[in-house]
Design a binder for this molecule. Structure first.
Ligand SMILES: *Cc1c(COP(=O)(O)O)cnc(C)c1O
Length: 230
């Protein structure tokens, strides 16, 4: 990922690494966090922020959350939720997740807001289905303004940015326009809410270089780090 930022003329500090850890045991996650900490200690001038850990199933988040929370302060990761979220599982998810990247309807935004623990607003990312593939979750691009407005009206939530899973294609000419679309949607929202610093969670192992070239601020790379899932 550092190579991808440098190749596109961006700084490594502009792009944060998010490690989706589905199917990975806590020991491997711990080792990845240690490697991340070691790399940052050896490269302080890059000013790279610590990796985020993300789970896409509430059950797995709840299973691994306690062990990750027990890690020492220098390794304890920020946990994000990146999968489809059912209303009846929100309380379990928010017990461990510090941010939810998959808000795609005003209804889910309201349900989350009603369950945010404590007084700090919950950072949320609006998931957008940029490819229109029917198998993918996410708001349609035309629905995004409505979701942005819903989040904006809920003081328990803070809009942190936009997230997408790109088209499942090896062809950059198919994938890149989806990333560019997410960036346009982010820029529109940023123009309407100039006080918010809005990120772009886009790019997975297979397309992270393209996503970084299109402005990603948070790359979600699992198999590139942990190897193929079985
Ligand atoms: C698993 C997952 C990723 C990472 O996919 P890789 O191909 O392993 O990099 C990214 N985003 C989401 C939402 C995921 O569930």
């Amino acid at each position: 990922m550092v190579a991808a930022t440098v190749a596109t003329g961006r700084k490594p500090s502009e792009v944060q690494l998010c490690l989706p850890t589905k199917t990975q045991p806590v020991e491997l996650i711990h080792a990845a966090l240690q490697a991340d900490a070691d790399w940052r200690a050896a490269n302080p001038h890059q000013a790279v922020t610590p990796a985020i850990i993300a789970e896409n199933r509430v059950q797995e988040l709840v299973a691994k959350g306690p062990a990750l929370a027990e890690l020492g302060a220098e390794l304890r990761p920020e946990l994000h939720f990146i999968g489809p979220l059912q209303t009846n599982k929100i309380n379990h998810a928010l017990r461990w997740a510090a941010a939810v990247q998959t808000v795609d309807t005003p209804r889910l935004a309201a349900a989350l807001a009603a369950r945010v623990p404590g007084t700090e607003p919950l950072p949320v990312w609006i998931q957008v289905n940029v490819s229109g593939e029917t198998t993918k979750s996410g708001a349609a691009p035309a629905e995004v303004t409505e979701v942005v407005d819903a989040v904006g009206q809920l003081p328990q939530l803070r809009l942190a940015g936009f997230m997408t899973i790109a088209a499942n294609s090896p062809d950059p000419a198919v994938v890149a326009p989806g990333f560019a679309l997410l960036r346009t949607l982010r820029d529109d929202a940023a123009a309407r809410f100039p006080n918010l610093d809005l990120g772009l969670s886009m790019g997975m192992s297979r397309d992270l270089e393209l996503a970084v070239a299109e402005g990603s601020t948070l790359v979600r790379a699992g198999s590139a780090v942990f190897g193929p899932r079985n």
